[in-house]
Design a protein around this ligand. Structure first.
Ligand code: ZN
Length: 164
């Protein structure tokens, strides 16, 4: 799903049980993320308003599914780094985020786990968690970012209208 599809702006619903349907959805999410060579992907990006995201293997972190994730803390010095999003092709936004993140979630095995990171993976958790809250990198744009991305956003809006 691409901007401005309304599924991307909705707050996603918790997952009640990890059944066959959820496992199949997560398989699809991994496939899409790898096809697009992204670091992470959230369920609303494949049209499902559910609190799930997946991340690719990176440094000490294996590829993983996060079901009903909860941010425990997001603190430390704020850093600005350019982020892209598979739902907003061609757009990069400098996003200010806290640099230290602790998160907990349920894995595919049904067990709760907790992780922390002060690097790119922590930033990725915040980006993917934003998707579950209905927030996109467009919500972090400055007026100058918006001006710079005006044409790309207009093209995406036109494509969305055409597909309806
Ligand atoms: Zn994204």
């Amino acid at each position: 799903m691409w901007y401005p599809d309304p599924v991307l702006k909705r707050r996603a619903e918790p997952v009640a049980a990890i059944d066959e349907g959820i496992r199949a959805l997560i398989d699809d999410m991994f496939a899409v993320m790898r096809e697009e060579e992204g670091l992470g992907l959230a369920a609303p990006q494949v049209g499902r308003s559910l609190r799930i995201f997946v991340t690719e293997e990176h440094e000490q972190f294996p590829a993983r599914a996060y079901i009903n994730p909860r941010l425990i803390t997001a603190d430390g010095p704020v850093a600005v780094r350019d982020e892209g999003c598979l739902s907003l092709p061609g757009i990069r936004v400098g996003v200010r985020r806290p640099s230290h993140v602790r998160i907990e979630a349920t894995g595919l095995d049904g067990e709760r786990f907790e992780l922390e990171d002060s690097g790119l993976m922590g930033r990725c958790w915040l980006h993917e968690h934003d998707h579950l809250e209905g927030r996109l990198i467009t919500d972090w744009m400055s007026p100058i970012d918006r001006l710079a991305a005006r044409r790309a956003l207009r093209d995406l809006e036109a494509a969305f209208e055409e597909d309806r």
